[in-house]
Design a protein around this ligand. Structure first.
Ligand code: TPP
Ligand code: MG
Length: 566
């Protein structure tokens, strides 16, 4: 069979369409002009970003939101280095993503030519696979493999370098089939073993995480949890795998964990972890479960067999994706749960108490009550609102007090990358314009990638961006006060007027510094973003001393000084 001759760039864009790509993010470069040209005629929407960090974060958020690989195009050297934060995030978060990098042509390669980098070395540790496509006729093969790897087993990022001369070479080659994401399934014997362990339990607990979930898997999980009266917690930044209003949802196992939930994890006799890596943040620095042999009878179910046993020697290790696993768990004959049935309501009551207004706001002396801000958001916004955040203490107000709806309503980096909040929100709104999207961003956070406000305006993304302006890199200041009390260094910020900045970009903005003013400002933000389809910034100005729901900087400093004086 003969095939029409196409350029490498055209073959690549055609291949993307074979694999179902509808949207790509990126910043252009002269290194991949032929791809840009092929995109001109394609059905793929190419979202132009203002910085590759923003583009890579948007692609990563696309991967989290849709379960399909987020596609990102950047130029060589400087573009590729800027994009690395998104690739690292996709790796740590197990998010399907493919980063394409324009590369120096084969005629100049290996001379450290202009902007030349060997991406196989640069990205070696933070991508599932890195390759360079040197021949145009092999583009379909490489693209098919990239999609296969990004979406199968433990999902993750793939990086492909595209030498400039390859992109303009003509080749007569056939397209491939669409990829087929592959997930392992537990065996019937393993499910039986899990059932036997559960039947012998007194204090079982389920912990969800990872990125192989879909709506059916979540529904099956609910069937399993209800049939066996199991309390269900979610791993760090996977809080939306079970609707937080569901009676069996008992909280998140991450930074700033409810101490009562931490005790439940520690004291669980059978812990069934479905999907999470059981990483540092989820295990409170490997303390909730002892390593290598956990004190709990651990059932660890993870899509990647190589993850199993890498930190924790579970009693039962099962290689399985969330969907096939939960389908089998839903069909499993329920066990007698009378020994622990009561723990569901008890743990739920502990979560409710943990989510009540913290003492810090109870006397009403704080002009801006951040707990009330979250209550106002919850009251005004739909259940399926997407909440995004990056890294910083401000994220606590979302993680602890917002009740996430079902998946996917949380976009947040387990990698702890600052700068994620704005681009992930903008990317999500571009992909799902019917959803309400709200970013929680610190002042430090916002300034890392806030230029993607321009992308929001350009693509009509009506996102609501809440900037928690405490005039500092608060998290670092908090650690500083704990270890070097009173010695403030490198953490103070002098900020722009965020509301005015939003207006300069073509959006709208308001400053709120009193509790009663938040709800009306939010109502205006909702009306503006839905009718104008433009972003709205609400800058929250508050006393920086208010660093966490449980402690002020002042108390942290005093405690540290007292400890030093001893
Ligand atoms: C890209 C990146 N740079 C630096 C850090 C280290 N870091 C973690 S939180 C934080 C401060 C966050 O400041 P802000 O967004 O203002 O939030 P706040 O803690 O003040 O609420 C820093 C610098 C990081 N996690 N990611
Ligand atoms: Mg701050």
């Amino acid at each position: 069979m003969t095939h029409p001759s196409r350029s490498g760039g055209q073959i690549l864009v055609d291949a993307l369409q074979v694999h179902g790509v509808d949207t790509a993010f990126g910043v252009p470069g002269e290194s991949y002009l032929d791809v840009l040209d092929a995109l001109h005629e394609s059905s793929i929407r190419f979202v132009i970003n203002r910085q590759e960090g923003g583009a890579a974060f948007m692609a990563e958020a696309y991967g989290k939101l849709t379960g399909k690989p987020g596609i990102c195009f950047v130029t060589r050297g400087p573009g590729a280095t800027n994009a690395s934060i998104g690739v690292h995030t996709a790796y740590q978060d197990s998010t399907p993503m493919i980063l394409f990098i324009g590369q120096v042509g084969g005629d100049f390669m290996d001379r450290e030519a202009f902007q030349e980098v060997d991406y196989r070395r640069m990205y070696g540790q933070m991508a599932k696979w890195v390759a360079q496509i040197d021949r145009a006729e092999r583009v379909p093969e490489y693209i098919a493999r990239a999609f296969q790897i990004a979406t199968s087993g433990r999902p993750g990022p793939v990086v492909l370098a595209l030498p400039e001369d390859m992109l303009v070479t003509q080749a007569a080659v056939a397209d491939t089939r669409a990829h087929q994401p592959v997930q392992a399934s537990p065996s019937a014997a393993q499910i039986e073993q899990l059932r036997t362990m559960l039947a012998g339990a007194k204090k079982p607990l389920v912990l969800l995480g990872g990125n192989t979930w879909n709506a059916q898997a979540c529904a099956d999980l609910v069937t399993f949890a209800e049939a066996n009266a199991l309390p269900v917690a979610c791993a760090f930044r996977f809080q939306d795998l079970l609707d937080n209003d569901h009676p069996h949802y008992v909280g998140d196992v991450g930074i700033g964990i409810n101490p009562k939930l931490a005790a439940r994890v520690k004291e669980a006799d059978v812990l069934i972890a479905i999907g999470p890596r059981l990483g540092e943040m989820t295990t409170s620095g490997y303390s909730l479960l002892t390593s290598p042999v956990p004190q709990q009878r651990l059932v660890h179910i993870h899509p990647d067999p190589e993850e199993l046993g890498s930190v924790y020697q579970a009693e039962l290790m099962i290689a399985g994706g969330a969907a096939p696993t939960c389908a089998m768990l839903a069909a499993m004959a329920p066990v007698d749960a009378s020994a622990w049935r009561h723990t569901v309501a008890e743990a739920k009551a502990e979560l409710r108490a943990w989510q009540e207004k913290p003492p810090i706001f109870k006397d009403g002396s704080a002009p801006l009550d951040l707990w009330q801000v979250v209550q106002d958001l919850q009251a005004a916004l739909p259940r399926d609102t997407i909440i995004t955040n990056g890294a910083g203490n401000y994220a606590t107000w979302a993680h602890r007090f917002w009740r996430y709806g079902a998946m996917r309503t949380q976009l947040a980096p387990t990698s702890g990358a600052m700068g994620y909040a704005v681009p992930s929100a903008v990317g999500a709104k571009i992909v799902a314009p019917e959803r309400t999207v709200v970013a929680f961003a610190g002042d430090g956070e916002f300034m890392m990638t806030g230029q993607e406000l321009a992308t929001a305006v350009q693509y009509g993304a009506g996102v609501i961006l809440i900037v928690f302006n405490n005039g500092m890199f608060g998290t670092i200041r908090m650690h500083q006060e704990r270890t070097y009390p009173g010695r403030v260094s490198g953490t103070q910020l002098r900020n722009p007027d965020f509301a005015a900045l939003a207006r300069a970009y073509g959006g709208e903005g308001e400053v709120v510094d009193a509790t009663a003013d938040f709800a009306p400002a939010l109502a205006r933000a909702v009306a503006f973003t839905s009718t104008q389809k433009l972003p709205f910034v609400i800058e929250l100005r508050y006393d920086g001393n208010l660093i966490t729901p449980g402690a002020t900087l002042e108390t942290i400093r005093k405690n540290a000084e007292a400890a030093k004086a001893k």
